[in-house]
Design a protein around this ligand. Structure first.
Ligand code: NAP
Length: 291
């Protein structure tokens, strides 16, 4: 069994990005620039955005944080998005989800110029991803594909079961795995799937993206399978300063001995999600997507 080290892989990719930024700047271009819109003070969102800002600094990107309070009106947010769409000094931006109930999330996503949609959530980017055109692809599935490639994991002709069908993880993951570059035969499972245990146990590559800690147990995994654990649920912990720790969807200790490859939580998919946002921002800065 080999552990897929997302942390080390992300570090290597960051170094590659840093080198590309250095050559852009030496060629007289400005540093890539990412902005993040953060609404309210949710602990998780604060942490994720802080990581994004820190990641930008590490690779030589400029970053801007735009904050609004929880009671911000949709029209105000749309106005800011318009301003960022037209800001020539900005390559890409994200609106940190989730957003408050008074705001229509889909309207916000669709207001972002697809050329600056480095989260890859705009229907133009989703559609282009589906038909295999250059696009900004949602960071988590993008990062998982990168891990599979960098570990030279054979995907062609393999049966890949993706558990979860969300717009940002499960569904785009299933699309990427079925594309000609990956050539897997894909089954997408969700909360209404029958015989889920048997289905998971038939997977050569099992991608768990449910958000149900410890859901995937040893009897649901085939001997020699590749297991990618996307789940990151915060559970209370007395062992950490923050009072919580992240738990994956897979019972790692019992599943790992059966696998050929497995991602840990933390240190597997999470760091790859972070670095994929940087990769998308670099692509936006280079202007070679949707141009
Ligand atoms: P989501 O929007 O809540 O989607 C969960 C999906 O799992 C849904 O499609 C749901 O089915 C399915 N599901 C839930 N319980 C199930 C069950 N018992 N059996 C079968 N299917 C079940 O979540 P998400 O945004 O995709 O995220 C999934 C997990 O990944 C979460 O833990 C999240 O924190 C984590 N995540 C991690 C990263 C990272 O970088 N590591 C990034 C993004 C998300 P229905 O569609 O039928 O409801």
């Amino acid at each position: 069994m080999q552990i897929i080290d997302g942390k080390a892989t992300a570090k290597a990719i960051k170094e590659e990005i840093r080198a590309e930024v250095d050559s852009l700047v030496s060629a007289g271009k400005r540093n890539p620039h990412l902005a993040a819109i953060l609404i309210g003070h949710d602990g998780g969102s604060e942490t994720y955005v802080a990581y994004k800002i820190k990641d930008c600094a590490e690779v030589g990107f400029k970053s801007t944080l735009v904050r609004f309070e929880d009671d911000v009106k949709e029209v105000v947010l749309l106005e800011k998005i318009k301003e960022l769409n037209n800001d020539e000094g900005l390559d890409g931006f994200i609106v940190q989800l989730p957003i408050p109930d008074q705001i229509n999330e889909q309207r916000i996503i669709e207001a972002i110029d697809p050329r600056k949609d480095v989260d890859g959530f705009h229907p133009v980017n989703v559609g282009r991803t589906v038909i295999g055109l250059p696009s900004f692809t949602s960071a988590t599935p993008y990062g998982i594909v990168e891990l599979l490639k960098r570990y030279n994991i054979e995907t062609s002709g393999k049966h890949c079961v993706v558990v979860g069908r969300s717009n940002i993880v499960g569904r785009p993951m299933s699309i990427l795995m079925s594309q000609k570059s990956m050539n897997a035969t894909v089954t997408v499972a969700h909360s209404r799937t029958k015989n889920l245990e048997e289905l998971c146990a038939s997977a050569d590559i099992l991608i768990a993206a449910l958000g149900a800690p410890g859901f995937i147990k040893a009897h649901m995994v085939k001997e020699g399978a590749v297991v990618i654990d996307v789940g990151t649920t915060r559970v209370p912990s007395t062992e950490t300063k923050s009072g919580f720790r992240l738990k994956g969807d897979v019972v790692y200790d019992e599943v790992a001995p059966k696998c050929s490859y497995i991602t840990p939580v933390p240190g597997g998919v999470g760091p790859m999600t972070r670095v994929s946002l940087l990769s998308n921002t670099l692509k936006a800065a280079k202007g070679n997507i949707l141009s």
